[in-house]
Ligand binder design. Structure first.
Ligand SMILES: C[S@@+](CC[C@H](N)C(=O)[O-])C[C@H]1O[C@@H](n2cnc3c(N)ncnc32)[C@H](O)[C@@H]1O
Length: 260
């Protein structure tokens, strides 16, 4: 069980994450497009978003499912979701639960969506079972995350794990293990897509600042240190007066089998 008092995403870790997205709301526009390509949220659909954090994607999904659809926002850390009060309504709710303990009254979701959260889930078998228990046959499981063996996983295990205030002890899914998990828990064989998001900034100093906030670097790490840290692992493109970080995520898409 995830106790609020020792939630990783609380205090400074959470307020810095919120600041990063408040100061640079446009940096992730391309991620929204990638979410639409993969999840394809449609009017009237019911979607559960796991590890929604500050709700960057929730706001967009709410607009897509419309008033005839529903969105259930799930995150174990109350501080992460505190800014989402204004989108709550009859068909948009927040639940402070961990993926492993997912237990909602409604069990007929069209899709489960999660971005950047599953590597924080310690019992992934249990989580995938809970996702299946909440999804109708044929429903979608769409997980965009950092996968094992990628340059992004190396960046996290190296630079982020040593610079982040809370450390970053996580476990990244491999495509092999994710395929096994789907088979064990009521999902068909997943497809995997490379989804490299383009994080755009006016210049590279802003990128360094964004990364320092998003990953809550310890005080001894400057914006420049965070910029150098990312350059060691990922591609940063500088052209036409802008700075773009290529952020190589992977998306898993599976469908709920009819019987399990
Ligand atoms: C890196 S943030 C991603 C937030 C959001 N999806 C985004 O893309 O901005 C990871 C989120 O996963 C949540 N989280 C941590 N452990 C979790 C668990 N066991 N189950 C579900 N969510 C979890 C954290 O509270 C945090 O909000």
């Amino acid at each position: 069980m995830y106790a609020d008092s020792d939630a990783e995403f609380s205090g400074k870790r959470s307020s810095n994450y919120q600041d990063a997205l408040r100061i640079y709301p446009e940096a992730w526009h391309h991620d929204l497009r990638l979410m639409h390509d993969m999840l394809q949220p449609r009017p009237g659909e019911s979607i559960v978003e796991v590890g929604a954090g500050t709700g960057y994607f929730s706001r967009e999904i709410v607009g897509s499912v419309g008033t005839n659809g529903r969105l259930d926002i799930v995150d174990p850390a109350p501080e992460q979701t505190q800014g989402l009060a204004e989108i709550l309504s009859r068909n948009v709710r927040i639940h402070h639960q961990a993926a492993e303990d997912l237990d909602l009254a409604f069990k007929g979701f069209d899709a489960v969506w999660s971005r950047g959260a599953i590597h924080h889930v310690s019992d992934k078998t249990r989580a995938f079972e809970r996702f299946a228990a909440h999804t109708k046959p044929g429903g979608r499981l769409v997980i965009t995350d950092i996968f094992a063996g990628t340059s992004l996983a190396r960046y996290f295990d190296s630079f982020i794990a040593r610079s982040c205030l809370t450390g970053h002890e996580v476990s990244f899914l491999s495509q092999e293990f994710a395929t096994t998990l789907c088979g064990l828990t009521g999902w068909n064989r997943p497809a995997f897509y490379d989804n490299t998001a383009r994080w755009r900034f006016q210049d590279c100093q802003h990128l360094g600042r964004f990364l320092r906030l998003l990953f809550s670097a310890r005080p001894q790490y400057s914006d420049e240190d965070c910029l150098e840290g990312v350059r060691d692992f990922l591609t940063v493109q500088e052209m036409d007066g802008s700075c773009t970080l290529l952020w190589p995520m992977t998306t898993l898409v599976a469908h709920r089998t009819a019987a399990h």
